[in-house]
Design a protein around this ligand. Structure first.
Ligand SMILES: N[C@@H](CC=O)C(=O)O
Length: 306
């Protein structure tokens, strides 16, 4: 039987060259570092993979590069077939399934918000395209339609191939609702909330921005949660203070995207040739900010830098 989807999943950030092309040599180098870090798994085409800003030929090349490297290393991988257009999603899912990933991640169509019934229908279409490969539903707080725990319960009861949901968590009331409505579903919370999600008995893992900062450190922190959750909560509190003070203002005060923030974290961690650049029209944070914040991050959470 297949093991439950869980743990520390590292996002494949998309390296962008100065001419706005995808730097495929750097992408392969990044994959090699992630494999060497022995993370629980690698996933492509999340937000930091800039799935929303690729041609279909580029999409195919990114997935083929990931699948070939992971297959030969025995590293579990999930392919993000996300797209805001449901027709394109179905085509991406079908092509992803042929690469035999552990699962395929999708978002709900993102122009006109779906009703719950339409969400079920969309997940049924995606399941057919996935041809037996399980689905991960990525439903972040900035999605056009954000499902509450009771709404998710209703939808997932009618979408049996959805094995996991990647979502934003919330306060104590949200965790209580998640426990009441989503038991048995692998829930993936934001990486920098993972210790809280584990303590609350709700999170199975994270498709993780902590792995953006340092994949090896994120893996050790995740593994430690099984035996010393108190120590992990202490790391989480310091990490959140660092993010609130030094990373979040780039979005709140200057309007940078989440992908820009994730790439800033990766540049602070400086573990692969990813860089901070995003594809136009999205603005990216100057690499000098990563150099400035590197020592501050290492002082805040030295445990994550190994
Ligand atoms: N939103 C992120 C999560 C990790 O950094 C992504 O999927 O890229």
């Amino acid at each position: 039987m297949r093991a439950r989807l869980r743990g520390n999943w590292a996002t494949l950030l998309l390296p962008i060259a100065d001419d706005d092309s995808i730097a495929f040599g750097s992408l392969k180098a990044e994959i090699d570092v992630l494999i060497d870090a022995q993370v629980d798994g690698i996933y492509s085409n999340g937000t930091a993979g800039e799935f929303h800003n690729q041609t279909e030929a580029e999409y195919d090349r990114v997935q083929a590069t990931l699948a070939a490297a992971c297959a030969s290393a025995g590293m579990p991988f999930v392919i993000g077939a996300c797209h805001s257009d449901p027709m394109v999603t179905r085509q991406r899912v079908a092509r992803a399934a042929a690469l035999k990933p552990r699962a395929i991640q999708i978002i709900l169509p993102d122009w006109w918000p779906l009703t719950d019934g339409e969400a079920v229908d969309f997940l049924d279409l995606a399941a057919h395209a996935a041809d037996g490969v399980p689905l991960v539903l990525y439903n972040p707080p900035h999605a056009k339609r954000v499902l509450t725990p009771p709404e998710l319960q209703w939808v997932l009861a009618r979408a049996p191939t959805v094995e996991a949901v990647k979502l934003g968590d919330g306060d104590a009331a949200w965790y209580a609702a998640a426990r009441a409505h989503l038991a048995g579903i692998s829930l993936f919370v934001p990486g920098h909330h993972l210790a809280t999600g584990m303590r609350e008995g709700v999170a199975a893992g994270a498709f993780s921005n902590v792995a953006c900062l340092n994949p090896r450190g994120a893996q050790r922190w995740t593994d430690l949660m099984a035996t010393d959750i108190a120590a992990c909560l202490d790391v989480e509190a310091r990490l959140q203070a660092f993010i609130d003070t030094h990373i979040w203002p780039f979005r709140r005060d200057h309007g940078y995207s989440n992908a820009a923030l994730d790439k800033l974290l990766a540049a602070i961690g400086d573990w692969a040739p990813v860089g901070t650049r995003l594809r136009r029209p999205y603005r990216f944070i100057d690499a000098g900010e990563a150099r400035r914040l590197g020592p501050i991050a290492r002082e805040a959470v030295p445990e994550l830098f190994i």
